[in-house]
Design a protein around this ligand. Structure first.
Ligand SMILES: *[C@@H]1O[C@H](CO)[C@@H](O)[C@H](O)[C@H]1NC(C)=O
Ligand SMILES: *[C@@H]1O[C@H](CO)[C@@H](O)[C@H](O)[C@H]1NC(C)=O
Ligand SMILES: *[C@@H]1O[C@H](CO)[C@@H](O)[C@H](O)[C@H]1NC(C)=O
Ligand SMILES: *[C@@H]1O[C@H](CO)[C@@H](O)[C@H](O)[C@H]1NC(C)=O
Ligand SMILES: *[C@@H]1O[C@H](CO)[C@@H](O)[C@H](O)[C@H]1NC(C)=O
Ligand SMILES: *[C@@H]1O[C@H](CO)[C@@H](O)[C@H](O)[C@H]1NC(C)=O
Ligand SMILES: *[C@@H]1O[C@H](CO)[C@@H](O)[C@H](O)[C@H]1NC(C)=O
Ligand SMILES: *[C@@H]1O[C@H](CO)[C@@H](O)[C@H](O)[C@H]1NC(C)=O
Ligand SMILES: *[C@@H]1O[C@H](CO)[C@@H](O)[C@H](O)[C@H]1NC(C)=O
Ligand SMILES: *[C@@H]1O[C@H](CO)[C@@H](O)[C@H](O)[C@H]1NC(C)=O
Length: 505
């Protein structure tokens, strides 16, 4: 017996197809962060026939089933209870060879090795992926205790895994400190309490906490001074003085207070005539009486808005911002310290600081405000004399635009541009002129305000015939003018285009 040619070729196709089936992971090791979904990427050689597709995700250590899919649907009967309601495949992506698994929410028990096993008509295979879990440490809560002999500086925070803690003195020397670590099993966080004791009357220490897994580095500087002789004798007085000191400590440098306070978007662009909302979010606390919010300009620290003792405090507000600022008072309890500035203008451009303090801690974040004004509908005028045709557009907006004139072949033309600052309302008057000696004009004027993504395109087609049949005085000749303006494209249109174009001859 011998194989005929057809059998041999079929056999080879089978071998090739088996050899070419592949299951792979996008990353061998991923770090899942508390509060964000984890996506375990897994890809395989796809096959259009989904009926034979089987996808199983398992824990490698104990083979417990994390998720499984066959008969063209999720089959979770054998799913480990640990993963109930937390896993998902991207069903629509399976046909493209994407067997990635999403786990949400993630917890410390999810750390470990996972196996992505896939089989379909083309073959069977698996790939391994390792998942690490971390939680960013919360904004450290700062405490200071004083008795007649000792000052204790203490920070408390929660995160995962165990961090590195460093206390440095004034000369960057390592200080000895106390450290308490507890596993909070219910939410899988590691609770940390660390303190530094000193008998000295001046405290100048830097507390650093590093979560190496998540590249988190919190650094807090504490400076405190008091007169120690009095401490023994007039303890009560010192303590009230000390309360004042605590107020001063509000400006402990909060270098990376990202976990306590943040801005969603650190650059916002406000358009003339619209209010600007500067976003700022902090870890809220139900007790509003301790809440202090200060919005300042970064450049000169002028006060834009402030809030404490449970109300707006505008005595120190810069006159520039009078009657134009507001906080969303009802949202403060939800940690929203966003500031609204009405009637934004040129002078509002710059960096803003949002400083917040409450029982949970304190911090600041920065946000940049840019300002722009959409260019108004360009006003067209055409001036003709015996030799020259002059086409001009005028418009107002902010900031300086890009202006281009193109001829009918798309070549850019030389033009004249005037920019006049209209200081009273902070707009530029832009006048752009194209001059030609030709009797016909077929050009496109384009103006772009890149800041606001505004693009205006105005084609102009114009021609004239001069009648020089009289006594040669061109100006008395009859000029026939036909003018066609087509609006091809206006990304932002404010005015209905109903102006009449007047041609004065
Ligand atoms: C699979 O699909 C999901 C959802 O669209 C996507 O986030 C992920 O990057 C894809 N993974 C791969 C390996 O293509
Ligand atoms: C899963 O979710 C469903 C509906 O959302 C709910 O009825 C069920 O109790 C949940 N199961 C578990 C184990 O959380
Ligand atoms: C002062 O506080 C320190 C540390 O908290 C403690 O060790 C010491 O006994 C206290 N001294 C007095 C007199 O209470
Ligand atoms: C505290 O110590 C740092 C050096 O670690 C020094 O730069 C800073 O000036 C000190 N602060 C005060 C108020 O003495
Ligand atoms: C302080 O301790 C850390 C480790 O905890 C070490 O890396 C560092 O070099 C030490 N610094 C000094 C000045 O001893
Ligand atoms: C906390 O949990 C980790 C594992 O999650 C374990 O290695 C460590 O020994 C525990 N520490 C304490 C103090 O229970
Ligand atoms: C704060 O509240 C305002 C008003 O409802 C909203 O526009 C803004 O998006 C909120 N900001 C944050 C950071 O949640
Ligand atoms: C602020 O607004 C109030 C009422 O709307 C008005 O009486 C007051 O003059 C305004 N102040 C400024 C500085 O514009
Ligand atoms: C003007 O130029 C455009 C190309 O930019 C062309 O399509 C159009 O036909 C021209 N119109 C006239 C009247 O020449
Ligand atoms: C700018 O506008 C274009 C066209 O409308 C749009 O495709 C693009 O996404 C916009 N870009 C931004 C940054 O808004």
């Amino acid at each position: 017996m011998f194989l005929n040619l057809r059998d041999v070729s079929l056999c080879c196709v089978w071998i090739i197809s088996v050899a070419s089936f592949r299951v792979g992971v996008s990353e061998r090791r991923i770090v899942a962060v508390r509060g964000r979904p984890a996506v375990l990427g897994c890809e395989f050689t796809p096959d259009p026939d989904l009926s034979s597709l089987v996808v199983t995700w398992q824990r490698q250590e104990d083979s417990q089933v994390v998720h499984s899919y066959y008969y063209q649907q999720d089959n979770l009967d054998r799913q480990s209870p640990e993963y109930h309601n937390r896993t998902k495949l991207y069903i629509s992506e399976l046909g493209k060879g994407n067997a990635s698994l999403r786990i949400n929410p993630v917890g410390p028990k999810d750390a470990g090795r996972y196996l992505c096993q896939v089989s379909n008509a083309k073959g069977t295979g698996n790939a391994q992926i390792e998942l690490d879990y971390g939680a960013l440490y919360s904004e450290p809560r700062f405490n200071i205790h004083v008795n007649s002999t000792t000052v204790t500086v203490q920070f408390e925070t929660e995160g995962f895994p165990k961090p590195e803690v460093i206390w440095l003195g004034e000369h960057n020397q390592n200080l000895s400190y106390h450290l308490e670590l507890h596993n909070q099993t219910e939410d899988g966080l590691c609770y940390i309490k660390t303190s530094y004791d000193t008998q000295k009357p001046v405290v100048n220490v830097t507390f650093t906490l590093k979560n190496h897994l998540l590249n988190q580095n919190l650094q807090r500087l504490v400076f405190l001074s008091y007169v120690s002789e009095e401490l023994e004798r007039r303890k009560s007085k010192i303590l009230t003085g000390f309360n004042k000191m605590l107020q001063l400590l509000f400006w402990i440098l909060a270098e990376s207070a990202a976990s306590f306070i943040n801005t969603q978007n650190d650059h916002i662009i406000a358009a003339r005539g619209h209010p600007a909302v500067l976003g700022c979010h902090f870890t809220p606390h139900s007790d509003l009486s301790s809440l202090i919010i200060v919005w300042q300009r970064q450049e000169d620290l002028q006060v834009v808005h402030s809030f404490y003792y449970e109300q707006n405090q505008l005595d120190h507000q810069s006159p520039e911002y009078h009657n134009r600022t507001s906080l969303y008072i009802s949202k403060l309890s939800k940690g929203n310290a966003s500031l609204r500035i009405d009637r934004v203008g040129l002078k509002d451009i710059g960096w803003y600081l949002c400083k917040v303090k409450n029982i949970n801690g304190n911090g600041k974040s920065e946000i940049k405000l840019d300002y722009g004004a959409f260019y108004s509908e360009p006003r067209l005028s055409i001036h003709v004399n015996s030799i020259t045709v002059l086409v001009q557009f005028e418009t107002e907006g902010f900031p300086e635009p890009e202006v281009i004139w193109l001829d009918e072949h798309g070549q850019s033309l030389i033009h004249h541009l005037e920019l006049h600052a209209q200081t009273e309302d902070g707009l530029y008057l832009v006048r752009s002129i194209y001059k030609t000696q030709k009797p016909t004009v077929n050009v496109t004027f384009t103006l772009k305000n890149h800041l606001l993504n505004q693009s205006l395109e105005r084609p102009v087609i114009f021609s004239y015939v001069s009648g020089e049949d009289g006594d040669g005085d061109g100006s008395t000749g009859i000029i026939i003018l036909s003018l066609l303006i087509v609006i091809l494209f206006a990304v932002v249109m404010f005015l209905p285009f109903n102006r009449k174009i007047k041609c004065y001859l």
